[in-house]
Design a protein around this ligand. Structure first.
Ligand SMILES: *Cc1c(COP(=O)(O)O)cnc(C)c1O
Length: 618
């Protein structure tokens, strides 16, 4: 059992001196508690009984802490200005007499980081995470046994990179002694950092590198790190450590609302706040900016938030941004059709370009259609992922046509946003609609429009057809006040903020990779069971799949739905009029393992159906 920890805290922290003032880095505060005390309290909770702090620069601050915590003992490195962290550690050589955790003083981390190492079977373990690209990171190279080969800040020093040094390491007493007696003979001994000390004997002693990709942590070396820590890392850690009781997990295979994390669910439980308070305005401003930055830059684009389901955003665009010219709407599924209906109800002059529901758009025929429209077109609207079939429309290609014919492109990206990478600028998108509850993995109730600001500003003079959904007034009001015009869904927005942090943490590319793996598992599974799906792999979104229903005459969708529902899975009916289909979405906080379970259940169901054992319930 590990009961000792060492915190290396002698450094000068010169790259963040302005912010730290007369204190060492470890005294930067989060929620009015110094980083070092966050760390100490995690250690004590984990069962650490003795904490040595290797001090140097401004040692008094740490010595004061030793009065507050009986577990702390400071060991001073008087040469801190000219020595590296290895030397600070070396000075503890005669003080420590057991295995210990070695922790850097400027780390913010989840408590699980400690328990992973404390419970680890190996005696010398280096904790490694996925790459954070935060700048100044120490990269790790390992061999096929997960043993350390090298660590360095310079990529060129390493043959391959397996991960990044977190700065929390378990060292056994004997290894520590060996490091000390090995390095004291080296010429550059005083200048070494502790990771160089470890690398120096890595060919003699196996250090196990434990890779933990989902560990939330960061180091604070400069202002950029600090901003990231305050806005992103610390809130994520707090949310994760705040989950009091995990909530029964159901697997939603409908195309949103999707399965959410417990941290998103709990983010809704907050003190009551009047949404007109500045504090809440800042929450919405953060959400608006972060959503924009998923697909564009803040100079050219802006996100306008509404309380409402996703359709509100689509309706807002269509009823707000078209003046007296005409719009072309591509209809290749239920959501394209819905846009036609909205255009019709608002009395817009629109031209419907109908395209097959299960095939890519024929671009030359679309171009011909554009050329043949009898009046002047100003806009073109298209759905990105047609959720009714899973068909993915080619936005780049449609965007190029829009550029050629000087049309503003409107995109319903409801079921692609935050999974399939989108670049508004590159794709030539003027207005994009999406919502909180699909790939963002938030709660239902917020819909939003991401708009090209210059174009949106021009709509100011247009004759107004709407009130609640007017895009320009909502945008303008928010710009002046950080407020929505009408009551926002307060708790849903807190959940959305958390969902955004988690989306950023995972990364949109990685999220799409995870979804893709689930989708491949699905396609492979249903094909093996003899079922066919509608849309060809090449134009498939890998988000939602329309599957042709089993042909047994006794098959009944509702019965199958209820069977899955009893087993914790929710499936969805089809939405193609001419074909008998049901739909499976693979979005949300689920993985291919859930899809494997789904396939096993489906297999059992199809067997039951084939055997015709209708009298026996399944
Ligand atoms: C989900 C979805 C919508 C919006 O549906 P709501 O029920 O209003 O949330 C719009 N377009 C597409 C393509 C969708 O997938």
């Amino acid at each position: 059992m590990i009961e000792t920890a060492v915190i290396l805290a002698a450094g000068m922290g010169s790259r963040i001196r302005e912010r730290t003032g007369y204190n060492p880095k470890g005294f930067l505060q989060l929620d009015e508690i110094p980083l070092i005390e966050h760390s100490i309290s995690k250690m004590l909770t984990a069962g650490i009984k003795k904490i040595f702090i290797g001090t140097g620069f401004m040692k008094e601050a740490y010595e004061k802490l030793a009065y507050k915590y009986e577990q702390i003992q400071c060991v001073y490195n008087p040469d801190f200005e000219t020595t590296g962290s290895m030397y600070t550690l070396y000075r503890l050589k005669d003080v420590i007499n057991e295995d210990f955790l070695l922790v850097e003083s400027d780390l913010i981390y989840e408590r699980s980081a400690l328990s992973i190492l404390m419970n680890h079977g190996y005696k010398d373990v280096i904790l490694s995470s996925k790459l954070t690209d935060s700048g100044d990171e120490v990269l790790i190279e390992i061999d096929e046994k997960h043993h350390l080969v090298n660590m360095s800040k310079a990529k060129a020093d390493l043959m391959n990179i397996s991960g990044e040094l977190v700065g929390i390491t378990k060292l056994s007493y004997s290894t520590f002694q060996k490091i000390c007696s090995h390095i004291e003979l080296l010429p550059n001994f005083h200048k070494m950092d502790y990771e160089n000390g470890i690398v120096a004997i890595a060919d003699q002693i196996p250090f196990y590198v434990h890779q933990e990709n989902d560990l939330v942590w960061c180091e604070v070396d400069d202002e950029g790190h600090w901003t990231r820590a305050v806005q992103f890392i610390y809130p994520l850690i707090k949310a994760r450590e705040n989950v009091l009781k995990s909530i029964n997990r159901t697997i939603l295979l409908n195309p949103g609302p999707a399965t959410t994390t417990d941290t998103v669910k709990y983010a809704q439980v907050v003190e009551d706040i009047c949404p007109r308070e500045e504090e809440f305005g800042r929450v919405m401003e953060f959400i608006s900016n972060e959503l924009t930055e998923f697909v564009g830059n803040l100079e050219e684009y802006t996100t306008v938030l509404f309380g409402g389901s996703g359709t509100a955003a689509v309706e807002s665009i269509l009823s707000s941004v078209i003046d007296d010219q005409a719009i072309l709407i591509i209809n290749n599924g239920a959501y394209g059709k819905r846009m036609c209906k909205i255009a019709d109800v608002y009395g817009l002059e629109f031209f419907e370009y109908a395209s097959p529901v299960d095939e890519a758009i024929d671009l030359s025929s679309l171009e011909q259609f554009i050329n043949n429209v009898p009046t002047k077109l100003s806009h073109l609207a298209v759905v990105h992922c047609e959720t009714s079939t899973g068909l993915l429309n080619n936005l780049e290609a449609v965007g190029e046509l829009c550029q050629k014919y000087k049309l503003s492109m409107i995109v319903d990206a409801m079921s692609s946003f935050a999974a399939i990478p989108i670049d508004m600028n590159k794709m030539n998108i003027s207005y994009l609609a999406a919502s909180s509850n699909k790939n963002l993995q938030g709660m239902a109730g917020v819909s939003f429009v991401i708009a090209d600001k210059a174009q949106l500003e021009k709509t100011k003079q247009y004759k107004q057809r709407n009130v609640y959904l007017n895009l320009f007034t909502q945008y303008h009001y928010f710009k002046l006040t950080n407020q929505m015009q009408f009551t926002p869904p307060v708790q849903t927005l807190y959940a959305l903020k958390q969902a955004i942090l988690e989306t950023k943490w995972e990364g949109i590319q990685s999220r799409y990779k995870r979804y893709t793996k689930s989708w491949e598992t699905l396609i492979e599974g249903v094909s093996r069971l003899g079922l066919k799906h509608l849309v060809d792999k090449n134009s498939h979104s890998r988000i939602i799949t329309s599957i042709i229903e089993p042909s047994q005459p006794t098959y009944d969708f509702n019965e199958m739905h209820d069977y899955f529902y009893r087993n914790g899975f929710t499936i969805y009916p089809g939405k193609v009029n001419t074909l008998q289909t049901f739909r499976i979405a693979n979005i949300g906080d689920i993985s291919y393992l859930d899809i494997e379970r789904f396939i096993r259940l489906l297999e059992r169901y199809l067997e039951w159906l084939r055997e015709g054992n209708k009298h026996e319930t399944i």
